[in-house]
Design a protein around this ligand. Sequence first.
Ligand code: FUC
Length: 774
Amino acid sequence: MAPSPGTAGREHRLRLFYDKPAEQWLEALPVGNGRLGAMVFGGVRTERLQLNEDTLWAGGPYDPANAEALRALPRIRELVFTGQWQRAQDLIDASCLGDPVGELMYQPVGDLRLGFAVHPAVTDYERELDLDQAVARTSFTAGDVRHTREVIASAPDQVVAVRLTADRPGAVSFRARFDSPQRYEVSCSGTDLVVAGRSGDAEGIAGQVLFRTLVRAMGEGGTVNSRDGVLTVTGADAVTLLVSTATSYVDYRDTSADPAVRASHHLAAAAELSWQTLLRRHREDYQRLFHRVSIDLGGGGTAALPTDQRVALFRDDDDPQLAALYYQYARYLLISCSRPGTQPANLQGIWNDSMTPAWGSKYTININTQMNYWPADPANLSECFEPLCDLVTDLAEAGRRTAAVQYGARGWVAHHNTDAWRGTSMVDSALTGAWPSGGAWLSVMLWDHYLFTGDEDALRRHYPLIKGAARFFLDTLAEYPGHGWLVTNPSISPEMPHHRELNTTVCAGPTMDTQLLRDLFAACTQAAAIVGRDHEDGAFLAEVSAARARLAPMRVGHLGQLQEWIEDWDALAETNHRHVSHLYGLHPGNQITERDTPELCRAARRTLELRGDDGTGWSLAWKINLWARLAEGDRAYKLLADQLTPRHTAPNLFDLHPPFQIDGNFGAVSGITEMLLQSHAGEVHLLPALPTRWPHGSVRGLRARGGLEIDLSWHGGRLRRAVLRAARRGEIRLRTADPVTVHGPYGQLRLSRPEPSVVVFLPEPGAEYRIDCS
Ligand code: FUC
């Protein structure tokens, strides 16, 4: 389905645009190729490119496991089971935290600054981020010369490239310098600038990541020279500036690569190509991913305004195109910060200008990293999910040691945070860190990824990781006194205090863990059958099933809420708490449904009501997903409108916790997808939570569990048509508000209709099915 003609106009193009240069970092525009990132400021006299490389982290390899923990564990468990939570928490703080106690941070490379001598009379200034081509573009007229500067971060050629042109020969002149908050030196080699640096020390660990940045100007006409760390271009017609950065990081145990060799390799190869070729290769690579999805939510009255002004007006004005732009922007960001072979998207994706960014700009795996990847499969970017799989592979290895040393357990464990060194121990404090289930959640996501892709080879690789995560819990679950249920101990419901007078989070068997384990154990069994390990692993799987049957049920508490803990403790007095509950039961991957578990749905609604709408950027994004899951489109839209305000959305559309945290961008886009299409709980639901503000629209190329790709169009709030392509065999159960007919390659299908609004059919792999409202 083509987007409606209304979206073709210039003002509707898929772009962020502004009428003045960025002064603040949050006004600058991000480009990235998964590994390299740059924030482009678009200045007239000074262009600043703030540079990142995704393996440039503070410190170096370390072993966080703390042998004290194992000795303290029996006593901690006893204290928790006898209700002495504060003492348990103190003992954890004294004996279980990792070494170092905090993990290490993600850091910037530095800034490349270009200084221009241009005519002071500047008119017709514009800068944009073109999402269709993945180009940041600045153009203006100085005197009577029109200048254009374009910046890309190329994945095929592994450089950041800047193209500077003017409409008058010989009008491109500038001086380029590099500076950085890191320890570094700049020298010249031929006419290249050569930066050699080293990452920062942190937590008592010396910075061990060496980096190299090479800058080469390829002028057409004019001269290029460099001296004393300054590269000068004079009187060129046009210039292509290549910036190549590499580090010594090999993997979480090894920083021994030669960054100079790596950086020169990429530079030499890119320098062989013309700008046109670099741009074409970049565009083809990017569009192969980006063009899989188009979305049209309708046009808007404010769409011709600069993007930051639209954010300020969104709540009051009808600007559905901004929501569509925000959607595609998150897809752009994911493509730009997470590609096969790169590090996964951290709390800021890859864009960070600070040596000490908020929460270390690392991987918070009690929701934030997971949220980054919620839209990957549904928004048809499965390749971008791969770095997360690699992270889990590392954590399974590193976390095996933590499981053995700190818990005396087999399998592997990862707590609430990790970093480039794959720290897996409890960190920071018991209050936030005493949660053993980060790895469990990530493992469940590997299984969910399979449900979208149907990639059995990948599942075969991931099965041992899922199994190892489960193994840890089989070895550490304990019986809850008086109930016989198996529970985690110690654990926390992430960041949710109970018994506020104590300010304690430590507990046994928070509901979130139980929910996660129910899914993890089920994933083990199902994955084993698919990869043919059910026989060989029979004894283990029997243990898994037996343990699953002994997990505590979800329960409804005295306020009508989903109980956060086994006991009905009151956590809800402070409704204004900035977190929504971390209850995994409300997680987009979970299967609470109106049909099967109406009482839990009611309790989930009540929980959300009690918590209120307020929250951090990611908390709002989460609530978009949750309300969509509860089929409340207008309520989900309301949360989206709360997020698309200057408080939670920066001028460059980065989500603001505040501060900038990219999970909100990704989480919101997962939420918008959930408003249009859901596929959990064994059925595909078209338009499950369409808000009244988007009466007409279409979306092409979304993916659903079961290996499906789906196009949808709707009018007057009702489904008009859908097209469904199945990649693999398997019955489809399709739910719609109105009855539908289905046409396949051989004409109209005879359908089974278990309910008036549900049809069941068996598609042929590769064939296309048209669904019409009858
Ligand atoms: C947890 C949350 C914060 C933030 C951080 C990265 O500490 O409480 O809101 O998202 O993770």
